[in-house]
Design a protein around this ligand. Structure first.
Ligand code: NAD
Ligand code: MG
Length: 390
């Protein structure tokens, strides 16, 4: 039996992971499940999968979790320290599906104990790519991509050499506003930004798809994970979301990964790697799909994309600045405190402000330094938004 843990078990990726585990309960021994405020879901899944421990990220919910687990053998724990303690418990395979920079520290802990880290939490690669990769190397641990585009590229690379790759193209649906008149974007509501044309995901990543901040994070994730240069990465708008990514080789060949938009494919590939097993995903009928459309992303509609290249060119810990400023701007948008288009403007302003601060941005990439940069960038975003509102 393989020992597994799922961080962010109550979220969209976490629930899709549990769906796969539930289909073969005899194959897995669950060590830890973690969640946030959805205590009922966390407790029910922990009891069903007979986890050793269930952890809520919120310290003030420990009593609720204890009550929900009463009568079972599952241990209850709460708070950031408890998340780290759970990540240090030996496991063969750990799903990293917490949302945001909060996923970084538990991911590092899991790598330190040698677990294979199935990485949905793209933010950890964006904030601290070299730290994560070095930690994996030092502890002989493996990171497997779970983001659909990166899983697609990873699959396209099987049996290939990275130096024979000329370019990597990741696709984007274009999000909720891909066909809106540009002048309407400032008026986009939270509900409108929270509905995705093709994928069923958590609210934050769905809004990030409408703004293309999600794709901007994925461009940086591509650079970090595959070690290619920024000029080798391209983004293509593909409204059908059936082609997830393409790898272009030096001889001009393009290998595309095609499949239904269902995250259980990428999760299942990471779960069973290096084998392939049956997965409960829809089989594509391309005759029924009929057409696959592609177009270049419009710069004016998706300013976040340009910022990704700015971040990669500056290097250092600008990824942590970018992600943190984006997370704060998104908090403000969700709280109804800024307009949809203010998010990209805010992140651009924070990047500009912090770019020149070499002692900060070029310091050694340690967890402490990343946290410090993250903290300052969040504060910077708050200041910019306050100014704009005032
Ligand atoms: P979600 O919002 O549905 O779930 C997030 C999970 O993280 C929940 O379990 C929540 O309780 C937990 N969490 C939230 N804040 C936390 C904190 N501060 N500390 C600890 N735990 C916390 O998110 P999701 O859509 O499942 O996305 C999870 C990750 O996977 C993200 O990094 C996202 O970018 C990535 N991803 C998601 C999809 C998708 O289809 N949803 C696709 C590709 C990549
Ligand atoms: Mg993706």
């Amino acid at each position: 039996m393989r020992k597994i843990s799922i961080f962010g078990a109550t979220g969209s990726i976490g629930q899709n992971t549990i769906d796969l585990i539930r289909r073969a309960p005899g194959d897995y021994d669950t060590v830890a499940l973690t969640g946030g405020g959805n205590i009922a879901r966390l407790a029910a899944d922990a009891i069903e999968l007979r986890a050793d421990v269930a952890v809520t990220a919120f310290p003030n919910r420990l009593d609720d979790l204890r009550a929900a687990l009463a009568g079972s053998d599952v241990e209850a724990a709460a708070g950031p320290e408890a998340l780290l303690e759970a990540a240090a418990r030996p496991a063969d395979w750990v799903m990293s599906a917490i949302i945001g920079a909060a996923g970084l520290a538990p991911g590092l802990k899991a790598l330190e104990q040698g677990a294979t880290l199935a990485l949905a939490n793209k933010e950890s690669l964006v904030c601290a790519g070299q730290l994560l990769l070095n930690t994996a190397r030092q502890h002989n641990a493996r990171i497997l991509p779970v983001d659909s585009e990166h899983s697609a590229v990873f699959q396209g690379m099987v049996g290939e050499k990275i130096d024979e790759v000329e370019r990597i193209i990741i696709t984007a649906s274009g999000g909720a506003f891909r066909d809106w008149p540009l002048e309407d974007l400032p008026k986009a509501s939270l509900a409108q930004a929270s509905s995705h044309p093709n994928w069923d995901m958590g609210q934050r990543i769905t809004i990030d798809s409408a703004s293309m901040f999600n794709k901007a994070l994925e461009v940086i994730e591509t650079r970090e994970f595959f070690g290619v240069s920024p000029s080798q990465i391209e983004v293509l708008v593909h409204p059908e979301s059936l082609v997830h990514a393409l790898v272009g080789f030096r001889d001009g060949a393009l290998m595309a990964h095609v499949g239904a938009p269902d995250m259980r494919h990428a999760i299942g590939y990471a779960l069973h790697w290096p084998e392939r097993r049956d997965l409960p995903v829809a089989r594509l009928d391309l005759a029924l799909a009929g057409q696959l459309n592609f177009r270049a992303p419009e710069q004016a509609r998706y300013p976040a994309l340009r910022l990704a290249w700015q971040v990669m060119e500056r290097g250092g810990m600008m990824g942590a600045v970018f992600n943190a400023a984006k997370e704060r701007a998104l908090d403000h948008f969700i709280a109804g405190q800024c307009r949809f288009t203010d998010m990209a403007d805010t992140v651009a302003a924070v990047l500009e402000h912090m770019e020149a601060q070499s002692s900060l941005i070029d310091a050694a990439m340690t967890l402490d330094n990343v946290s410090q940069v993250d903290h300052l960038a969040r504060k910077g975003a708050d200041d910019v938004l306050k100014q704009r509102a005032g």
